[in-house]
Design a protein around this ligand. Structure first.
Ligand code: NAP
Length: 516
């Protein structure tokens, strides 16, 4: 046992030293406790039953930051059992909203107190510039605070009855164990947006973070442990990409799991939807987008350019609500491109942990290969590369130059598919009808943006654009108070806002009869 403990200490220390070196010795010993190299099941930090691990690397330089357990279905079964026992046998389902709110508040306070270290971990494993990591922490923490407040407002109803000897009530009850599967592009916020809503509702959770970014997930979990979450309420299983499909299938098919909430690609979302069908399992899906960003001739071009920069280049273009197709009206097309080009040229590219960097690396090789292929495909089919268009190997293997491509046609991948990279793809249009037709000609419907100072047009387009969220003269739209989610193949359900908890409760109708 002593050897084991020593081994684990040594490993932790090695991980911590590695991380410290990677991110410039900016961590100190006092805050090292957030670097976990074990998963968290039933209140214990554990390895995989198989003993297997996988490496977590820094996309800025591809160096190994640490290792975490490569868990498979045996470990996930343990986590599901723990969450199930906590919900039923240990009576978490019967906990009061006030107590759950207090726990979430405590977690929020610890997340705030440790924000600097979480940001360093996040930048190290995701490549996100440090200022953006801090921004994500503000955003991610805001869900914990928000749902701590919302926990006490999950009201039922007393319904007027059609018979005088009856009383009818609708109450909301927690649905049970929720399986949460999250992506790498928001390693903090995609977890807190789901987990704090589920826990506020009275559910217990099993979280599977993405292979690329488990360290942020484990840092959040360490703070949940410190906040005093009872055993089994919050469980985190780390697994490599090769186990993702079997782990996901188990979460979807286990009778002990009542609900699945997934954020990720539409392709995987469709698969999980099918897998949940057999058990008629509750599912929430936050999937990929193909956001139009329309600039009409009446727009304030300076504001439109700022909005475009915010919407396109956050996280190097790797967000689900990133502007994906820029539709620019004929009259302002050239001027918009010229102003945008100047802004893009000023972007500072590099390792996200360095001061002032605004564009870091892409997350992994699959991602940079995809972006490169999309640009090549457009070039071959006759598009015009206005700026950039190449990998920046002088920075490292995963950097792509911020790029503008114009003269797109609808047979090009840049036009049709989600880019998830720092590429502005520009389509010229003449009329409002044409812009709407292009914008809506996709099966995705997550976010959309448009810039116009014509009030009638603002109301028309707000109504006719087929997306779940719209930024009107605004490129940054996310907030805990807002309902986040898509239509068409971009998802089902909403996260954040007062509706976020609904994903984790069911309405029970109570009919009290024979009353005198
Ligand atoms: P992804 O490949 O779908 O992965 C998302 C998560 O699902 C990861 O944890 C992944 O594990 C896991 N996974 C992969 N294959 C699985 C399977 N067969 N069964 C169960 N789980 C599986 O997506 P991604 O490339 O990480 O993320 C990018 C996509 O997410 C984009 O399309 C983006 O638009 C979307 N996204 C949507 C939102 C939103 O709120 N709508 C927010 C952020 C991102 P591994 O990491 O181990 O593969």
């Amino acid at each position: 046992m002593a050897t084991l403990l020593l081994g684990r200490f040594a490993l932790n220390r090695a991980v911590n030293l590695g991380l410290t070196r990677m991110i410039g010795n900016s961590l100190n010993r006092r805050t090292m406790h957030l670097h976990q190299n074990h998963a968290f099941i039933n209140g214990k930090w554990v390895g995989a039953r198989s003993g297997l691990t996988f490496d977590v690397t820094n996309p800025a330089n591809e160096q190994v930051l640490g290792t975490v357990p490569d868990m498979d279905i045996n470990d996930v079964n343990d986590a599901i059992d723990a969450a199930h026992n906590a919900f039923y046998d240990k009576k978490w389902h019967n906990s009061t909203a006030k107590d759950r709110a207090a726990l979430l508040k405590k977690w929020f306070q610890l997340l705030e107190k440790n924000r600097k270290e979480i940001a360093l971990i996040m930048t190290a494993e995701s490549g996100k510039p440090i200022a953006e990591s801090e921004g994500e922490i503000t955003y991610g923490n805001s869900f914990v605070e928000w749902f701590a407040e919302e926990a006490r407002r999950v009201y039922g109803e007393i319904v007027p009855t059609p018979q005088s000897n009856r009383q009818m009530m609708l109450v909301k009850q927690p649905i049970g164990v929720a399986g949460l599967i999250t992506p790498w592009n928001f390693p903090h916020a995609m977890i807190t947006r789901k987990a704090s809503a589920a826990i506020a509702a009275g559910c217990t959770v099993v979280i599977k973070p993405a292979e690329d970014t488990p360290l942020t997930a484990l840092a959040l979990t360490k703070l949940a442990e410190e906040a005093g979450f009872p055993k089994g309420v919050l469980n985190v299983v780390t697994s490599s990409r090769k186990n993702a499909a079997s782990v996901g299938k188990l979460l979807c098919q286990s009778e002990k799991v009542a609900a699945i909430s997934f954020t990720g690609s539409t392709e995987v979302g469709k698969l999980l939807y099918k897998q949940c069908a057999n058990g008629i399992k509750r599912i929430g899906l936050e999937l990929g987008g193909n956001a139009p960003f329309i600039v009409f001739k009446s727009a304030d071009l300076d504001k439109a350019v700022i909005g475009a920069m915010n919407s396109k280049f956050r996280n190097c273009g790797q967000t689900c609500i990133s502007a994906n197709r820029f539709l620019i009206q004929d009259e302002v097309h050239d001027e918009f491109i010229s102003r945008l080009t100047e802004k893009i040229k000023a972007l500072k590219i590099g390792d996200g942990s360095h001061d002032g960097v605004q564009i870091g690396p892409l997350i992994n090789h699959a991602q940079i290969n995809k972006v490169t292929q999309f640009v090549e495909d457009a070039k071959q089919k006759g598009a015009n590369v206005v700026l950039g268009g190449r990998q920046l190997s002088e920075h490292g293997a995963l950097y792509f130059e911020p790029t503008i491509v114009s003269h797109l046609r609808d047979d090009m991948k840049l036009y049709r598919e989600e880019i998830f990279g720092p590429v502005v793809s520009i389509i010229r249009f003449k009329t409002e009808e044409e812009a709407l037709q292009i914008a809506n000609a996709t099966q995705r419907g997550l976010a959309g943006y448009f810039y116009s100072n014509d009030l009638n047009q603002v109301f028309r387009i707000s109504k006719l654009l087929e997306t779940g969220m719209i930024g009107v003269n605004e490129g940054l739209i996310s907030a805990a108070e807002a309902a986040f989610g898509g239509i068409k193949e971009s998802g089902i359900g909403r996260e954040g806002s007062k509706y976020g908890i609904d994903e984790y409760v069911y309405i029970k109708y109570l009919c009290y009869g024979g009353l005198e």
